[in-house]
Design a protein around this ligand. Sequence first.
Ligand SMILES: [Mg+2]
Length: 392
Amino acid sequence: MDNREIIDSIRRRRQPHLPYVMGSLVGGAVGDALGYPVEFMSYASIQAQFGAQGIRSYWLDRTGGVALFSDDTQMTLFTAAGLLEAVTCDPVGLSREVVANHVYRAYLDWLHTQDHLFVSNPGASQLVDVPELQHRRAPGNTCLSALYSGQMGTIEAPLNNSCGCGGVMRVAPVGLLGDDGILRRAWAYAADVAAITHGHPMGYIPAAALAQLVSLLVMDRSQGASLERAVSSVIEGLPRWFADQREHADDMASQLRRAAALAAGVEPDYDCVVQLGEGWVGDEALAIAVFCCLRHPDSFDEAVIAAVNHGGDSDSTGAVAGNIMGAYLGIDAIGPHWTEHLELRGLIEGLARDLCEGCLGVDERGWCNDAAWLDRWARHPIGSLAVVRENS
Ligand SMILES: [Mg+2]
């Protein structure tokens, strides 16, 4: 097979995944944008303002008709940018360490968008120049302080003891990347990515679970994936993946089992959500999102609406539920009433395509030689890519 044939075969193999990769990335942004205006409101205040059924559509009054997403989606997009830089710079045999390093660099780019005085990074991806991303949308203190520290947190050398949901709300792209090696062990790569800023096991174990869940949903579409089966597979995997943190892995697994049991019951959505927590911490955010998806497996709308209508971290639980439902049902299940007003929709869809297909302009050794791709994702490459550019 020559180079062209190899690329065509990759494209054919990955193409069926695209609606689900795009659904997950767009769906997360939709859930985030729906929940963002009510993030700091009690459920009673949400009902007082939006009616007894809570908030059920975007609140666009104060935003000129654009559904703005929060730091959750901003950081998700930068996670994707870091992954794309990683696969561009090191296309063969990506190690967990290399991937985490690239994503860390992308997060420093994100920090620059939040604070232009912070310029320690050269701006590796195009995202750093996108005007719409140069806004502070209630960024989490843990992410800010960890990145300001100048050090990259790891599971072995944590920077703090945070179990906030800032780890899980941004890692879905790890489970969406069209790289077979990463997809099969998305949990491991996602744990490292979350541990860059969140040092407590409950900061990165939920992230591992989410990335593996969306990767299972995307990969298994052709075999008719079942949401329940994918959740069960994650529940079974957790104690094995985190044998060193068995107590926390078991705790996460039992919270997911509880979410599944509540979803199978008859109590109203809100009454179930409050039994799972408020979502400010990673394990609760994931459990709430999984409950909402299992309760409404046939409706993207009902799942994300359930995920934001409570007194906790509505944008993060909405984002995670949107990631899961989009990966499960695909982009066609997300109606125009959500996508038409969504901020940076075109950019998000383009990112999904790049994540799914990878760089299709490569030389005979597998190195990217597509100038537009390099300009998007690896403008100031580190490591081996420099050699490729000299040679190309
Ligand atoms: Mg947020």
